[in-house]
Design a protein around this ligand. Structure first.
Ligand code: NAD
Length: 350
C-alpha cells in the first residue's frame, strides 16, 4: 500500500487534510507544505480530476510551489493549496462553497485561501461567510490592497521582462524589442498593454483569436498562429497561458535569447531548466516573476497595507530575478535550481 509519505511529490509537507461533506458531496484536499514563515497561503483550485491520485499530486506540487513563491516574494506567509474535486459537470453551489469554508476554518488559520483556476471572487465571498482565513475578496477602496490580482501580476511580469532584456541584451529600454506573448488574458493582456506603451514590437497568440485580434487592433500588435508563437524569432518569448509548455521538443525550437512570462509551472520537468541553461537562454523562474498577484492577495490578508506597499514590493521583483541570474552564472546552475535553493534556505530547509 502506498501512503502519503511515499508519494514522489511528497516533500516534507507538514500536513495534508482530506475532507468530505456528506450533505453537499463536496470533497477537497488542503495541503500545507510549510508554515515556517507564516500561515500557508495559496489559492483553491476547482477542477475535475480523472482520479484522486492526480488531485493529491496537484495539491502536493502546488502547495510546495506556494512555499517557494511566498518566500521569494518576502511575504510572511508559508505555502499551502486547496483542491476541490469537482464532478464532470463542474457542479458548484453556494452550499458547497459554504461547506468548503467550514473545512478551511477547521484548519484553524494554518491555511489561508484565495482564488485559483475555477474559483471566482463570488465563490470567495461565500467562503468568507464561514471563515476569516480567506483573501482575494472584492475591495471597495482602490487605495487598499486586494481584489483582482491580475494587474499586479502583469506589472511584475512587465518589470521582469525589462530586467531580462537589460541583463541579457544590455538594453535599458524596450523600444523596438520584439516580445512574443502566448496568451493575452488577464496577465498576458496587461503585459502587452504595458510593453506597447514602451514601443516594444509585439507578436501575440491566443486560443481566443477574436480577443487577440481586438487587442492587437488596440495596441498595434501582430497576431500569429498558436503553433508559431513558440518558434518565432524574437528577443523574448513570454508564456502567459498554460503550464508545462517548455519541454525537450519546444525548447529545441525556441528562437529567442530570453523566456520570461507569468504562466505557472512552465517547465515540464526539472531537466528542462537545464536544457534552457545549456542553450544559454535566460529563464525567469515563473514563481518569482509572477508573484505580483500573491503580493497583493497576501498583503490584503495581512490587513495592514495599501496599494503603495503592494507596488513597492512588486518593484523588487526585477532585483530578485537579477540576483538569481547572477548566481546562476557564477554557480553554473540553471536559474530554476538557484531559485529553488534560495527558497529552500528561506523556509529553513537548506
Ligand atoms: P486568463 O484565463 O485571464 O488568460 C489566459 C489566456 O490564455 C486566455 O486568453 C486564454 O484564451 C489563453 N490560452 C489558453 N490556452 C492557450 C494556448 N494553448 N495558446 C495560447 N493562448 C492560450 O488567465 P491569467 O489570469 O491571465 O493567467 C495566465 C497564467 O498566469 C496562468 O498560467 C496562471 O496560472 C498564471 N498566473 C496568473 C496570476 C494572476 O494573478 N492572474 C498569478 C500568477 C500566475
Amino acid at each position: 500500500m502506498t501512503v502519503m509519505w511515499d508519494l514522489p511529490d511528497y516533500d516534507g509537507h507538514e500536513a495534508v487534510h482530506f475532507f468530505h461533506d456528506n450533505d453537499t458531496g463536496l470533497s477537497a484536499i488542503i495541503a500545507l507544505h510549510s508554515t515556517h514563515l507564516g500561515p500557508g497561503a495559496g489559492g483553491t483550485r476547482f477542477w475535475h480530476y480523472e482520479n484522486r491520485e492526480t488531485a493529491v499530486t496537484d495539491a502536493l506540487r502546488l502547495s510546495r510551489g506556494m512555499s517557494f513563491k511566498n518566500a521569494l516574494a518576502d511575504l510572511p506567509l508559508g505555502g499551502g493549496k486547496a483542491v476541490i474535486l469537482a464532478d464532470r459537470n463542474r457542479t458548484k453551489t453556494p452550499e458547497m462553497m459554504a461547506a468548503f469554508g467550514r473545512m478551511i476554518d477547521s484548519v484553524g488559520g494554518r491555511y489561508v485561501t484565495a482564488e485559483d483556476v475555477g474559483i471566482s471572487t463570488a465563490d470567495m465571498v461565500e467562503v468568507s461567510k464561514q471563515t476569516r482565513y480567506v483573501s482575494g475578496l472584492p475591495v471597495s477602496n482602490s487605495d487598499h490592497a486586494g481584489g483582482d490580482p491580475g494587474p499586479f501580476t502583469a506589472k511584475g511580469v512587465y518589470l521582469g521582462v525589462k530586467a531580462a532584456v537589460a541583463h541579457k541584451l544590455g538594453k535599458t529600454d524596450m523600444d523596438g524589442v520584439h516580445v512574443a506573448i502566448q496568451g493575452v488574458g488577464s496577465v498576458g493582456g496587461g503585459l502587452a498593454r504595458l510593453l506597447a506603451k514602451d514601443g516594444a514590437r509585439l507578436s501575440i497568440a491566443d486560443i481566443n483569436r477574436e480577443h487577440a485580434l481586438s487587442l492587437a487592433g488596440e495596441i498595434g500588435a501582430e497576431v500569429v498562429g498558436l503553433d508559431e508563437i513558440m518558434r518565432l524569432e524574437a528577443d523574448v518569448f513570454s508564456p502567459n497561458a498554460l503550464g508545462a509548455i517548455l519541454d525537450k521538443v519546444s525548447i529545441a525550437h525556441l528562437n529567442v535569447p530570453i523566456v520570461a512570462g507569468g504562466a505557472n509551472n512552465q517547465l515540464a520537468t526539472p531537466e528542462d531548466g537545464q536544457r534552457l541553461f545549456d542553450r544559454q537562454i535566460l529563464f525567469a523562474p515563473d514563481y518569482v516573476i509572477n508573484s505580483g498577484g500573491i503580493i497583493s492577495v497576501g498583503l490584503e490578508y495581512l490587513g495592514d497595507s495599501d496599494v503603495d506597499d503592494v507596488n513597492a514590493r512588486v518593484d523588487r521583483i526585477p532585483g530578485r530575478l537579477t540576483e538569481i541570474w547572477e548566481q546562476s552564472a557564477s554557480q553554473k546552475l540553471p536559474s530554476a535550481i538557484v531559485a529553488d535553493n534560495m527558497a529552500q534556505r528561506l523556509i529553513g530547509r537548506a
